[in-house]
Design a protein around this ligand. Sequence first.
Ligand SMILES: [Zn+2]
Length: 401
Amino acid sequence: MAINIDRLMESIFTLGNIGFDEENGANRMAYSKAFFMGRDYVEELMKEAGLKVEIDKVGNLIGTLPAHSDGNEMEKIIAMGSHIDTVPNGGIYDGALGVLAGIEVIRSLREEGYKNKHPLQVIAFNEEEGNVVGGTFGSKAFAGCKFEKSMVEPMNRQNITEEDFDSCRKNGVDYLAYFEYHIEQGGILEAKRKTIGIVEGIFGIQRYTTKITGKANHAGSTPMFLRNDALETASRLIVDLMDTVRKTNDTMVCTVGTLQVKPGAVNVIPGEVELVIELRDKSMTEMYRVVEQIKERWTDKGVEIERLIIQPETPCDNRLKEILKECADQLELDNIPIYSGAGHDVINTSMIIPSCLLFIPSRDGLSHHRNEFSSKEDIKAGGEVLLEAIKKVDGGKLNEN
Ligand SMILES: [Zn+2]
């Protein structure tokens, strides 16, 4: 069974055009005028597809196709979705794909006269990108995540109260599964010439503030053998860190993206450097091990390393992964297991619903950019995997053995 790819592409381009200009790309940040225009368009699409639409207090758009059943028993919901907000100067596929493909799957199923046993739902989570309130804000509210203090002020600016946030919480037991279909945003599928990535899980993140203390002194009169240059130490530490990460495994990524050099004058030897080490990987243990090794080698050289953020990895649901794999194989699509280095709404949904994530290639591994691109063929391929997977789950595949 096929989806109507031309209709799906048209909806991607129509939504993509809202808030888009050639020079900057897509600007549909959550709660902006363009965002609401985009959401109105998606709401219309949902209604045309026969979905009952609800918008919760944080702005998540939820469309439900009731079960086609004459029994009285309440069946659990099968959900698909992603987000329709963008980063500043973003692209048209990130997020939008998962929502619009979900709507297309339902349109195609209905046209075929398919009778769904479970309610089917498409969710457009709000503020996934985190440029306004905080990352994956909408799905945090949906999943009933803990309220974070940092949300208060930006929420107030949008006239959202803590009670509003709490009111969005859904009950996980009402759901059978959540599927998120997304562009890869990296270059692995393209490099390996694969069409479908079945996501094993989303990387955990560890961040450490690192302070390196040396001795500031005159840049001209202090000979090299008498110096304790904090930036030189920091440089050697960073190289050691990167080497250690490369030796540990081939999935871990490491970034030092900020550096503060004090006192910060061209003619003064740096006396202090502050930086943040960021590690992401599937294995929290291996990241801890890297940090231990670095501490062991550098703490007696004026280096202090302190935990800033620890966010555990999110494994995708095993049975749903198997179903996705089965569907991709049946459709004869080249597929591989893959990890996601980027965060997604699935991190939150998976706390209350068995959840999974499906990737298609991004050209040049590019995203969050106006040139972000995925091909029509790949979009169709992923859409059909999604459609087949929904049918399998709806048909009771999860209940087998
Ligand atoms: Zn996204």
